[in-house]
Structures are given as structure tokens and as C-alpha cells.
Design a protein around this ligand. Structure first.
Ligand code: KIV
Ligand code: ZN
Length: 512
């Protein structure tokens, strides 16, 4: 049988832990569908016990996704594990991923537990989880900085209790490739029952080595599962990025000799979806999914690629889903053409109502913008999913005035729980005036910690995509809005961020 590498995606759990990256249930469901299309083996859908919102998201994904295994994280205690099992009930294949910290630092300072207590709790938790589901993963948090003897003892015990996957996190991104690979190898060699579990790597990118460390864990250590996220999304410097791992293993099959289930043609669409949903823009020079990843600017390179593609290209852009930014539709395009293009882009709208609403918005956009690119369509449908969520705040219209030497002003109309409200304000610039006009009604008191504008498809005729990051009472959220008018895009992004702040507040309230 072919030697297989399992791809475990944790965009919806570890990725979402990144400040500002929180997603609604429907956004998570949409991304989960894209991950299923990508043929990811395991989707970590959330941390069911952490909030009612997360519980509902895991449950919805477990009910909807049938090809991938659906996993929920849980701390090593009965309550968390029961909650995870409850959320996973509808899954074809459900996995509980339970963890407890094992490094001296974490046990003593964070958990305030002795190693013996941690050992007992890990064993009992895996035993409890195995009584609820057949597929149980165990992670010693901060595993890479843990004492080797203690780690061997605890991992041997949890495998004996029935853990089917053992994941070794480099929680703080401290590892270097050779040492991490050797670490996994030593564990597998020293633990007598190590062959009873699949070994997994989980690396953070604090020193920019998450992908290299994960590959070393696979090649030198013999791990056969990699935990990763789309675009490397994750806390601090992020997690190991899925697109880089997948394309490294695929492009260098001569070296790794491993098979994967992944269908890379859906990588770029997944990357855009995650970026547009979370507001985390992909850097242009990011491997595989960055806008420049396949662009050749120097004359020598262009000449070489025209003569023989493989002079400067080791992968084909179209294999990962880049279609050459072509004009796809215009105002004469019909509903069927629109629907077909959505299918080609891997976007599945849940119902005819959703398709009709998206098509109406497409027509409105086509009236204002003669050339509609793939990026426009993707922005339009991700915004459509936000409006479908029946959010508290929704944009209606905006008028603003700015002239050299005069203080800009704006008048905005939006709905609050379906009821129209009108706000007015002046500001330092038209964007500032528009956002202040919203605040004159909402009075959220939120602090703006980031504002960024991007042209979705290059030219000034392009739609602007705005990301707004707000912070309030310790919560950080990103809102994204797009429109050919960047002031309108800014107002939409601001309202979207307010909606997310609201939904986070609801989640916290529901938990309490
Ligand atoms: O980084 C980490 O240690 C984790 C564990 C919970 C697996 O994300
Ligand atoms: Zn992690």
C-alpha cells in the first residue's frame, strides 16, 4: 500500500485563534466545504466546549461534511470531551483531539499541576474519549519543550488507553528542522507501542520554520500526519501553511515518496476564501498563493519561461488553481453563466435564494464595472454570505462630500436588526467621516487597530477590499467589505466588524 501523508487542517480552530480572525458559523461552514473539495483528510472544526458559537459551528460542520473526518479540540477533562462528542454526533467520521501541557514550565506555572497529576489526567481523558468515539488524538501541549523521559512515559500510557494519533506540538515555534525531526524519531524509537498510533506534527512559525520543521518531522521522524492551516493562518506568526506543505511534498515526490488525498486545484480558491473571510491579506510574495508566486518580471526570466517553462518554474500555476486573472463575465452575462463560473471557482451556494441574491448583486456590480474578474465574484459571494447571516448591522447607502480646503462630511443609512437608521458626521477625510457617522448611531466605543485597503484585481477600476480591525473589551475582530467605491467598502467593513464584535459578545454571554 502507498505510504500516505494525512493532511489535518486546523484553519477553523488554531487559525481562528489568531487575533481578529474569528469567523461566524456560516463562514466556517463555507470554508469547511472548500476544505472538503480540497480533499483534506481531517478538518479540525473548532473547540466545541469553548463557547456555544464554537459548539454550533462544529455541529453544523459535522452534519454537513461527509468526506473528511471532523475533529473537535478539547482540554483533557470529561466536560470538554463530552461536549466535543456531542457536537460530533452527526459526523460520518468524528475525532476527539484532547490535549494537556507537558513541559515543566507549563505544568508548573500554567496548570499548577505535578507531572504525576498531568500523567493521570491524560490517561483518564483518553480512556474517557475512547468510550465515546473510536478516533482519538492526543497532544502534549508544548511537547517539543518537554522532558523526553516524561513525554515517553505519558505517550506510551495514552497509546495503551487507545489514542489513535499522537501529535507532537512545537507550540511556541522554538524547534529547528533537524532537531525536531530527531525528536519525533527518538519518541517513536523509545516508546514500545509507538507503532499502534499515527504520529503527527504540529508546528508554529515564530522563527519562520514551521513548514521546514514539519517536513523534517515527516522525513526524518517518520510522522504521517501534518497539522496545518490555509495561508499559514494562526496565532502570532501563524501555523505551518497547508499550501506549502502540500506543494513541497507533491513537487518533491522524488524525495518524500508520499501520497496525499489533496486535490491542489482548489488551493487558490481556499486561500482567497480564508483571506477574504478573515481580512488577513496574503503577502504578494507568499509561496504558492501570493499574487507574485508565479509572476516573472525580469527579462531574462520571462525569456526563459517563454522558451521552456521549467527553466524558472517548478510548479504549474494552473495546478494550484490560478486562472490567469481573466475577465470572466460582464453585464450581458446571464444567470447560467454566473452559476457555471461559481462552480468552476469551487463556490457552492446553499440554496436558489442565495444564488438569486448573489446574481442580483453581480448584476448591480456589472452595471458599475464593465469587467468582472474571478476575484470580484469571490468577494461578492463572501459578502453575500455575510448578508445572508441576517447580521445586526447591514449597509444601505452612503453620501459623502469632500473638497479641497473643506472638512469632509458623510451621511449614512444602514439597518440595525432590520430597522433603517441615519447617521451624519464630519471627519478628517471621507472614510473617517463615514465611520464616525456609523459610530454616531452605534456608539460601540471600539478602538480601530488596523485599517487597510487593497485593490481586488489591480487597476483603479477594480473593487476596493477594505479590512478594519476593531478592539473592544479585550475582543479583537476583523471586518471585510468590498465595493468599487472604497468609502462604501470601508463602511461595509466597519459594519461587518461591528457584527463580529456583537456575535463574539453573544458567544461570551452565552457561555457565562
Ligand atoms: O500549538 C499547540 O500546542 C496546539 C495544541 C492544542 C495542539 O494548538
Ligand atoms: Zn497550535
Amino acid at each position: 500500500m502507498a505510504d500516505k501523508l494525512i493532511i489535518f487542517d486546523t484553519t477553523l480552530r488554531d487559525g481562528e485563534q489568531s487575533p481578529g480572525a474569528s469567523m461566524t458559523r456560516d463562514e466556517k461552514l463555507r470554508i469547511a466545504r472548500q476544505l472538503e473539495r480540497l480533499r483534506v483528510d481531517v478538518i479540525e472544526a473548532g473547540f466545541a466546549a469553548s463557547s456555544n458559537g464554537d459548539f454550533e459551528a462544529v455541529k453544523a460542520i459535522a452534519n454537513a461534511i461527509k468526506d473528511s473526518t471532523i475533529c473537535s479540540l478539547s482540554r483533557a477533562n470529561d466536560r470538554d470531551i463530552s461536549r466535543a462528542a456531542e457536537a460530533l454526533k452527526g459526523a460520518n467520521n468524528g475525532r476527539i483531539h484532547t490535549f494537556i501541557a507537558t513541559s515543566e514550565l507549563h505544568m508548573e506555572k500554567k496548570l499548577r499541576m505535578t507531572p504525576d497529576q498531568v500523567f493521570e489526567q491524560a490517561k483518564l481523558s483518553v480512556r474517557f474519549a475512547r468510550n465515546l468515539v473510536a478516533d482519538v488524538e492526543f497532544s502534549p501541549e508544548d511537547g517539543y519543550r518537554s522532558d523526553m523521559d516524561f513525554l515517553c512515559k505519558i505517550l506510551e500510557a495514552v497509546i495503551a488507553e487507545g489514542a489513535t494519533t499522537i501529535n507532537v506540538p512545537d507550540t511556541v515555534g522554538y524547534a529547528v528542522p533537524e532537531l525536531y525531526g530527531q525528536f519525533i524519531k527518538t519518541l517513536r524509537e523509545r516508546i514500545p507501542n509507538s507503532d499502534k498510533a499515527v504520529w503527527s506534527v504540529h508546528c508554529h512559525n515564530d522563527l519562520g520554520m514551521a513548514v521546514a520543521n514539519s517536513l523534517a518531522g515527516v522525513k526524518l521522524g517518520g510522522a504521517r500526519q501534518v497539522e496545518c492551516t490555509i495561508n499559514g493562518l494562526g496565532e502570532r506568526a501563524g501555523n505551518c501553511s497547508l499550501e506549502e506543505i502540500v506543494m513541497a511534498v507533491k513537487t518533491r515526490k522524488d524525495y518524500f515518496g508520499l501520497e496525499m488525498n489533496i486535490d491542489p486545484i482548489h488551493i487558490v480558491a481556499a486561500s482567497r476564501m480564508v483571506s477574504q473571510t478573515t481580512g488577513f491579506v496574503v503577502q504578494p510574495n507568499k509561496a504558492v498563493v501570493g499574487a507574485n508566486a508565479f509572476a516573472h518580471a525580469s527579462g531574462i526570466h520571462q525569456d526563459g519561461v517563454l522558451k521552456a517553462r521549467d527553466t524558472y518554474e517548478i510548479m504549474r500555476a494552473e495546478d494550484v488553481g490560478w486562472s490567469a486573472n481573466k475577465i470572466v463575465l460582464g453585464k450581458l452575462s446571464g444567470r447560467n453563466a454566473f452559476k457555471q463560473r461559481l462552480q468552476e471557482l469551487g463556490v457552492l451556494l446553499e440554496s436558489e435564494t442565495e444564488l438569486n441574491a448573489a446574481f442580483t448583486r453581480f448584476k448591480e456590480l456589472a452595471d458599475r464595472k464593465s469587467e468582472i474578474f474571478d476575484e470580484d465574484i469571490l468577494a461578492l459571494v463572501s459578502e453575500e454570505s455575510v448578508t445572508q447571516d441576517k447580521e445586526q448591522y447591514a449597509f444601505v447607502s452612503l453620501a459623502q462630500h469632500s473638497e479641497t480646503g473643506e472638512r469632509p462630511s458623510a451621511a449614512i443609512v444602514f439597518t440595525v436588526s432590520g430597522k433603517e437608521v441615519h447617521g451624519k458626521s464630519e471627519g478628517n477625510g471621507p472614510v473617517d467621516a463615514s465611520l464616525k457617522a456609523i459610530e454616531s448611531i452605534v456608539e460601540s466605543g471600539a478602538e480601530m487597530v488596523l485599517y487597510s485597503v487593497n485593490a481586488i484585481s489591480g487597476s483603479t477600476e477594480s473593487q476596493g477590499e477594505v479590512t478594519v480591525r476593531l478592539q473592544n473589551s479585550g475582543r479583537v475582530v476583523n471586518g471585510v467589505g468590498s465595493d468599487p467605491d472604497i468609502i462604501v467598502a470601508s463602511a461595509k467593513a466597519y459594519l461587518s466588524a461591528l457584527n463580529k464584535l456583537q456575535s463574539k459578545a453573544d458567544r461570551v454571554a452565552a457561555q457565562g
